[in-house]
Design a protein around this ligand. Structure first.
Ligand code: SAH
Length: 217
């Protein structure tokens, strides 16, 4: 049975991580607070306990990774998450990014296409703390038409293009943040659906993600 302990050492390392993120340009206090409050080492194999607060991605099984803290912070900041926002997340993975959104008070709908990773939510440590998360097994390209429209959409895998069904499921005034393929890396984009339905596209720097794939596995 896995033991979960959030020690003073972990908390200290987390504070250092927050300082690193500030140094890299993360200014949203809500995002920094969420990262400071969530024990990232709970989302990793215990073998990573001592290095969980390095600003790095780590393997989570099934060839997937938990995103780098800077990437989580950058995407979350761009998404301008407000309490009670309805957020659709594509790529549950380790549930870490999901937890950041939930800690910020969003109502999170998260989709994972890998059954083994999806099934991990049954043992989610914070199951009874964050009742504002709903887990789905499916293909994120399809979104969740039953629960649409959403205030925000966050894609945490490398999208080959901007998924049209996800744009359709965005509220007018809503925003989608996603990494879109550009050579070997991905360009971070923020798409705002303006009240008249037109799209505003903003482009940021490049990141590196695992691919967004179609279908289920
Ligand atoms: N947010 C996660 C990132 C995991 S990596 C975390 O912080 O841990 C990206 C995840 O997206 C992987 O788990 C991968 O299986 C999933 N994924 C890729 N394509 C997908 C799709 N079409 N629909 C849903 N999930 C997808």
């Amino acid at each position: 049975m896995r033991q979960y302990a959030d020690t003073y050492q972990h908390k200290g390392l987390r504070k250092q991580l927050v300082e690193i993120l500030k140094g890299r340009g993360i200014t949203s206090q809500e995002v920094l607070d969420a990262i400071n409050n969530i024990p990232r080492h709970f989302f990793l194999d215990s073998a990573f306990d001592k290095i969980a607060y390095e600003d790095r991605a780590f393997p989570i099984g099934e060839g997937q990774t938990i995103s780098q803290p800077y990437t989580v912070a950058f995407q979350t900041q761009l998404l301008e998450v407000k309490r009670n926002d309805k957020v659709l997340e594509i790529g549950t993975g380790s549930i870490y990014q999901t937890t950041v959104l939930a800690e910020m008070g969003a109502k999170v709908f998260t989709i994972e296409r890998q059954k083994k990773l999806y099934d991990q939510h049954k043992n989610y440590y914070f199951k009874s703390k964050y009742l504002n998360i709903k887990f789905f097994y499916g293909d994120g390209f399809e979104g969740l038409p039953t629960y649409a429209p959403f205030d925000k959409v966050l894609i945490t895998a490398a999208a080959p293009f901007i998924p049209p069904k996800l744009i359709a499921q965005l509220k007018p005034g809503g925003m989608m943040v996603l990494p879109v393929d550009e050579g070997d890396q991905q360009r971070m984009l923020r798409i705002t659906k303006l009240p008249d339905g037109n799209l505003l596209e903003e482009s940021f720097h490049n990141f590196s993600f695992v691919p967004m794939l179609t279908g289920k596995n």
